[in-house]
Design a protein around this ligand. Sequence first.
Ligand code: GAR
Length: 200
Amino acid sequence: MLGSGQGSNFVAIAEGISFGQVPAEVALVLSDVETAGILAQARSRGLPASYLPPGKFRTKLDEEAEQSLVAQLQAARVDLVVLAGFMRVLKGDFLRAFEGRIVNIHPSLLPCFPGLQAWKQALDYGVKVTGCTVHFVDAGIDSGAIIGQQTVPVLDGDTPETLHQRIHQAEHELYPRCVAALARGEITVQGRLVKWHPAA
Ligand code: GAR
């Protein structure tokens, strides 16, 4: 799992695993931010967690960091890369190394409001419903095939903070559900079309 922030989505998935709802194992947690809560959360659960120095760029990893990321994930023999608030664009060798095996959560109903502070974009636009999306990662920005979505109402009087908080709560339900379905092999993908095949 990769993240840059407080790690609440990581916690939701880790709890889903401990409660037996997500048949998976967290092999490794990496963050481009040394002080990120996600690293502290992982360490407090006894899970391997490391800082990945991102290099000289602000919005992406430099080549050395990307190579180190690929090497660490391969050494940990991961089947799935779960982005949980990882705020750098991933490209090139990394996408090729884990093609079709990288998922992300985004705080809007894609394709609306890709990019940064999607909850604020939704509020500024004036939509009445927003939500969150779990999707495969491709070379675009928040543009990969959609695995699952959950709606969240925008309420009169919402501030960016209250709306983001409500979206966060929806994320904590949606992401473990999607990771569980992927881990159970219940998801098939044909181009942009993702289908769920829950076991009877
Ligand atoms: C989440 O709201 C996630 O959707 C967002 O960062 C937050 C991370 O929270 N991701 C993006 O905006 C990616 N474009 P967390 O660290 O508590 O899981």
